[in-house]
Design a protein around this ligand. Structure first.
Ligand SMILES: [Zn+2]
Length: 380
């Protein structure tokens, strides 16, 4: 309650005032000219809000709203606000309270079931959410919302086959998210097929992923894994180069694997090409390559030296370390490598979550393809 933005509560209070006035007096009737005409319990409820006793306030408002059937939209508005704020138990109480009404109209009952299912999803009660969303998905006007939420339930459960099933049902009613999402489900399934050694099935799924979304670097990386297993290193290198060109964020994790696949005598040629490619784009891409190279202990590789010097001398944060020792290139580069080893390497563009591991789907906000290469170096 303490961190509640004033504006949010003003909105809640405004919604309640409108709902309760409409309920008490009817839209067509004269509205009261002063607060004195309001139900005294309503003012008590406001008092609880002001004195930061949210549960007592909620009890009071629920009691008031029970008194008439015209305040249903206010219930939904208040429930949605609580859920958005993460106060899921209160949202659940509101929606269960609505569902307990014998007189609730069928369309409101369906809407309340959908809202309650969303509360369960937010609370992580996935089994309960799944059952309710399945039930609501039978209602034509709520089908798209319920199926899309059901898709999210299956994502959380890592049930990729079911998630893909929901995606396809959504596509049939033209309500599907971007094709990239389906391609990720197919890649998840392909990854599982690779793990159990079923490369034929994995290749079929990856073909389907590439057909769903082009370009799709994740599919190329998984296909490279299969090529590597099948002792086709040249094909694996080609596929990895393709994936890294499409998605340079992958360099951080994949550069060592790429270099393991190339013949030792070809390593410098590959690095030279990667440098040229990054230089042709922009400084941030060169920085990604340099950080990946330092993390992979490549500071002594001749094709990278010029780029490493360039990035370390121009980067706003690392300049101070670099100025201390450009004459001792290797020692300074290794010191920076030690700093980078403890730094977060990836950050989600959507929610700001950061960590050392790369994810195709952000573990915090569940957005796909939202993680960017990032190095937060803390200098003492
Ligand atoms: Zn996120």
């Amino acid at each position: 309650m303490t961190e509640l933005p004033l504006l949010t509560w003003l909105l809640v209070v405004a919604a309640l005032v409108v709902g309760i006035l409409a309920g008490h007096f009817g839209w067509g009737k004269r509205w009261p000219t002063s607060l004195k005409q309001l139900h005294p319990d309503y003012l008590t409820g406001l008092d609880y809000l002001v004195t930061e006793q949210p549960d007592r306030a909620l009890d009071m408002f629920l009691k008031l709203m029970d008194a008439n059937a015209d305040t249903i939209e206010t219930h939904f508005a208040l429930g949605a606000l609580y859920r958005r704020r993460g106060e899921v138990e209160r949202a659940i109480r509101i929606h269960q309270n609505l569902l307990a009404r014998a007189s609730l109209a069928p369309e409101h009952r369906e809407q309340a079931l959908l809202a309650l299912a969303q509360d369960y999803l937010r609370a992580g009660l996935l089994d309960r959410a799944e059952g309710l969303f399945q039930q609501v998905s039978e209602v034509p006007r709520l089908r798209a919302s319920a199926l899309d939420a059901l898709r999210l339930v299956y994502e959380r459960q890592h049930d990729w086959q079911q998630a893909l099933g929901c995606y396809r049902q959504l596509a049939r009613i033209k309500a599907a998210p971007p094709p990239m999402v389906a391609a990720h489900y197919l890649c998840e399934l392909a990854g599982l097929a690779i793990e159990r050694g079923d490369t034929a099935e994995a290749r079929r799924l990856l073909r389907e992923a590439r057909e769903a979304s082009v370009p799709f670097p994740r599919a190329a990386l998984l296909r490279a894994q299969i090529a590597e297993r099948d002792a086709q290193p040249e094909l694996a290198v080609r596929l990895m180069r393709h994936a890294l060109t499409e998605s340079p964020v992958l360099l951080q994790d994949e550069l060592p694997r790429l270099l393991n696949l190339v013949q030792p005598e070809s390593r410098d040629a590959v690095l030279t090409e990667l440098v040229a490619q990054a230089e042709a784009r922009d400084f941030s891409e060169l920085k990604r390559l340099v950080f990946a190279a330092i993390a992979a202990d490549l500071v002594e590789a001749a094709p990278l030296r010029g780029s490493i010097e360039k990035v370390l001398s121009q980067d706003a944060t690392l300049q101070s370390v670099w100025q201390a020792g450009p004459a001792q290139y290797e020692r300074t580069a290794h010191e920076i490598g030690a700093l980078l080893a403890h730094a977060d390497k990836f950050r989600c563009n959507e929610c700001g979550f950061s960590g050392r591991a790369f994810y195709w789907q952000c573990p915090a906000c569940h957005a796909w393809d939202s993680v960017e290469a990032y190095a937060l170096v803390k200098l003492n």
